[in-house]
Design a protein around this ligand. Sequence first.
Ligand SMILES: [Zn+2]
Length: 247
Amino acid sequence: MRSRFIALLLFASTAAFAQSHADWTYQGKTGALVWGKLDPSYEVCAKGDLQSPIDIRNARINVELKPIEFHYITGGVTIENDGHTIQVDVHKGSYIVAAGARYDLVGFHFHHPSEHTVRGKYADMEVHLVHRSADGKLAVLGVLLSEEGQYPNAVLATLWQNLPKQAGKSQTIDVMVNPGGLLPTDRAYWTYSGSLTTPPCTEGVSWFVYENPVSISRSQLNTFEAIYKMNTRPIQDLNKRKIEATK
Ligand SMILES: [Zn+2]
């Protein structure tokens, strides 16, 4: 009886420590290939058929797709190294209007290399700007970062001076950042229905991936790579989905 009580206590404290969700990684024993088995709430990572990221090819032009309307504001941000990525939280007030619906910007984070591929090719990195509507729907904008670009990006330069190198560390920076500075000048995009690319891999995410990359320098890539060498989920099956393009 007593041992059962102790076992229960142990279970309760372990569960509380893990916040009731299993830890996950990109590679190894808790890597992306087994996410669906790590926790019942991650099941859709393995069983879903609308998963992200995907390889973008054979997109069909839909002339009725409208440009995304941006209402981003400048503000202070908090940069966190959460053990999976560099997460940047923004103040409330920035939002987009996409496909007629308003989505508030929650924050953005980075993947190295890119998660989406274009006709099989990876970009150096990808930033995901995560938005949520009042009724809980998610819209994520993906911007590819490429060393090929000509112009240094001012927002990346500001953030890169303040990247917390150690997992679990965060810092609030007192410089002002406008997330709109992370967008390419040409706003042509691909869109499809997908999921979060990290557990719990929730589906029903409207994805908008910009066709044109934003530039990142070799030294900025090296800095990020020293923190996260690989934080990219493998490409998922497209299944019956269609990818649409603005042009
Ligand atoms: Zn992401």
